[in-house]
Structure formats: C-alpha cells, structure tokens
Design a protein around this ligand. Structure first.
Ligand SMILES: *Cc1c(COP(=O)(O)O)cnc(C)c1O
Length: 423
C-alpha cells in the first residue's frame, strides 16, 4: 500500500496534488511519501516483534538525507556499503551502534572511517578483507566487531544482475569453507567475531530461497558455536521484492517473511538484523514527468517525456517495468493508447517501455512512474548534461524540495579548466 491516490480526479502524494509540486519544482522530479516510508519500516519492525531485532535500512536504495532522517527518527539502523554512505548515515543522525557496514570491496580508508567513528558491525566478505580489517583495527587500537558474509549457494530466482547468493556471484565466502574462515578470523588480533551475515539478492518474489538460505545459516550457527565461536548476531540481509506490475502476482508480505525468520533462526537466541531497502523506499516514491510530444512513427506512437534514462535507469539497466499513469485521473471508458514511452536522451536504450497500453495523454500532460522510490534517484546521472533530477518529500499537506535541480551554471562550474587551457 502507498499514499499516492487519485482524489478529485488528480493524483496526490498524501494530501498534496502533484500538479502543485510540478508548478513549483518543474518536471521531471521524484516525490516521496513520508507516511509510506514509515509504514513500510513498521511492517518489518512489527513483523519482528518478540525477536531481539534491528531493522537496518539499506540506504543504497534511497540515500537522500531527508529520507535517511525519516528512517533514523523511527529508530531504524542503517546498512551502508561505502564510506560515503557511512558519512551520510552519521550526518542523518543514525547512532553509530546502529550502522552496519556491508560491501564486497571495502578499502582500508573506509575501514578506518568506520572504526574511528564507531560502527555496530562490519560484514566481511573475504579472507583478504579479514586480514586488512584486522590490520587497520590493530593500528587504531580498537577491535572490529564482525560478521562474515557467507554465500549459501541458493538461487534467489531473481534478475541475474541482482542475484547475489549463488556460488558464481562475487559476494561472501563459500559456505563450505566457513568453519575454516571463522577459525582464521578468531585468530586475528583486531577482530571480534560476533555473527553470520547473508544477503541472497534483491527483488525476491517468493520465500523459498529465504527459507533455504536461513536454514543453512541456522545450521552453520550451531556448528560454529560448537567450534567455540560466540555467534550472537545474525544479519539476514534484505531483498524482499515489491509489486512493480499490478497485473502480476503480489510478492510475499513482510509479515510472512518475518515468519520465515522466526521459523528458521528464531530459536537461536541471537540478535537478528534485517536490511530491507527496496521494500521500504520503492513504493514510497514516484517519478513525475511531463509529456513533451506525442510523435507518430511509421508503425507506432512515441510518447516523448521530459524524464529519461539518466533520471530513472532501471528500465534500461534491468529491463524493469514501472507502471506509468496519467496524473489527471482517466474517466471510466476514456480512450486507451499504445505507446513506446521514451526520453529525450540520444540512445535507443532510453526507452521506458515498448508497446505500453495506457490511457491516452497529450502534450503538456503529467505522468507518474510508480514504484520509483528505490534505485531511482540514487542511480541518476547528468548524462546528456541534463541537470540531476530534483527530489521532493511530502508529509500530509506539506512538501519540501529535498534536493534542488542544479542550474545549468552549477552543473558547468563543477568542472575545472586547467590553467594551461586558459587565456
Ligand atoms: C542491496 C542490499 C540490501 C538491500 O536490498 P533490497 O533489495 O533493496 O532490500 C541489503 N543488504 C545488502 C548487503 C545489500 O547489498
């Protein structure tokens, strides 16, 4: 459920009509609903009730400081994957005891940043990383609390670019070598081995792969304890999918996902961390665009929008589907059209959808891409020198620009002409 509904014939974000935002900010823009962000966080937090748990928002899904502030105020933790994300999380007010540092290639500088600033846990993904982290910790005179990310060799049955739990993926250490690697970690001076970490992929639409992966984690926890490790934390990752396409089967609900957790690892007496990103932010955001032209092609009609692949890359990158709806509510029985929905960027890949059946629209109309709150603005670029797409946060009847669209001059003046090219 989200808070983007038609009211009086106009699509609203909570209590704000989208044309009002468009008139202030211009198009395209992203808009996020605070109530939806909060609701999605609570679904997980309440689903985990009765278990010692922390919901760590995977901020790579949407790392605007205002969105992070909403999450931090709810008491969420943060899952960060870079020094930049760590710094954003701290700036947004996440207590460092709630920041988990994940990622397959942390540098010594990033380790130092987290260890000197404070961190709940660092999820280590390889033997060389264990050694590097231990060295950094020893040099700083601290002990790094760690979990080791294991690769359970489970097929998440999701898009190949976002599957992470197969043995052929770059993530984690093979589960078959876990005992050996935990033994090595326990022998390193700068590390405190606290738990096990797993994350099998993103946009998962059934619970079977979780059931299998978490079952393997539970088994491993027992084995590692019998080897003498103080396994007291399990980080179960994120990845629960959202409904992008209304006609498709609905993915499992957070409450059912949490039941899988309870069933598989609930009796281990561990603190449990989960790291949802997409499910919290995805359906909490829209990308709103204007129709520049409706262009008749040889055998098709092109809907040319002022949003493009640089603003929302998911269709070009993953072949992803986003519902595209007119901001003015179509009246029942109104005309339907079939469009190739495209942006103005000079790439054929700049196509949001081919042969999309939707209510017919005309030049100057506004349309909204649903489910665009996660992996949308964070992946935006200025390709074709299109200024970075702005973001807006709504809360009930209020809205605020949380990242302005840069002026052309700001964009240009970020570049520096070397002295030898001047004059
Ligand atoms: C990307 C990622 C997540 C979040 O995945 P979602 O599909 O957005 O829920 C969680 N944990 C790790 C380690 C990740 O890399």
């Amino acid at each position: 459920m989200d808070h983007f509904l038609y009211r009086d014939g106009v699509l609203h974000a909570e209590d704000v009509p989208l044309p009002e935002i468009a008139a202030t900010v211009g198009t395209p823009f992203y808009v996020y609903s605070t109530a939806t962000l909060e609701r999605h966080y609570r679904l997980f937090d309440e689903g985990m009730a009765g278990m010692d748990h922390l919901v760590c928002y995977a901020m790579k899904a949407n790392s605007n400081q205002a969105v992070l502030t909403v999450m931090a105020r709810l008491g969420a933790g943060a899952d960060v994957v870079s020094g930049g994300e760590y710094s954003r999380a701290v700036a947004a007010g996440f207590p460092v005891e709630r920041i988990v540092f994940s990622g397959v290639g942390k540098t010594a500088d990033e380790m130092e940043l987290a260890l000197s600033g404070g961190v709940r846990q660092i999820n280590v993904e390889s033997e060389p990383e264990l050694r590097r982290l231990s060295e950094v910790a020893v040099r700083l005179g601290v002990t790094a609390p760690i979990a080791i990310r294991i690769n359970p060799d489970v097929d998440a049955r999701t898009h190949e670019k976002i599957a992470t739990g197969r043995s052929e993926n770059k993530f984690g250490v093979p589960i078959g070598r876990a005992r050996e690697i935990y033994a090595e970690a326990a022998g390193l001076p700068g590390l405190d081995v606290a738990g096990i970490d797993v994350h099998i992929g993103s946009q998962l639409t059934d619970l079977g792969p979780y059931e299998r992966a978490y079952g393997k984690v539970a088994e491993l926890a027992r084995v590692l304890r019998s080897d003498g490790h103080d396994i007291r934390r399990l980080d179960l990752g994120g990845g629960l999918g959202i409904p992008y396409e209304r006609s498709n089967a609905v993915p499992p609900l957070p409450i059912d996902y949490c039941e899988v957790i309870r069933r598989t690892v609930g009796d281990l007496d561990c603190e449990i961390e989960i790291e949802p990103g997409r499910l919290i932010a995805g359906n909490a955001g829209l990308l709103v665009a204007g129709v520049i032209y409706v262009k008749a092609g040889q055998d098709r009609e092109f809907l040319i929008l002022d949003a493009a692949m640089n603003d929302l890359v998911r269709p070009a990158m993953y072949g992803a589907h986003h519902e595209i709806v007119p901001v003015t509510e179509p009246v029942p029985g109104s005309e339907q059209a079939t469009y190739d929905v495209v942006g103005p960027v000079c790439e054929t890949g700049d196509t949001f959808s081919r042969g999309r059946k939707m209510p017919s629209v005309v030049e100057g109309d506004l349309v909204a891409f649903r489910s665009a709150g996660a992996y949308g603005a964070v992946m935006a670029s200025e390709y074709n020198s299109r200024p970075l797409v702005p973001e807006v946060l709504v809360s009930e009847r209020r809205f605020a620009v949380i990242r302005p669209r840069p002026a052309f001059d700001e964009m240009i003046n970020r570049d520096i002409i070397p002295s030898w090219l001047k004059g």
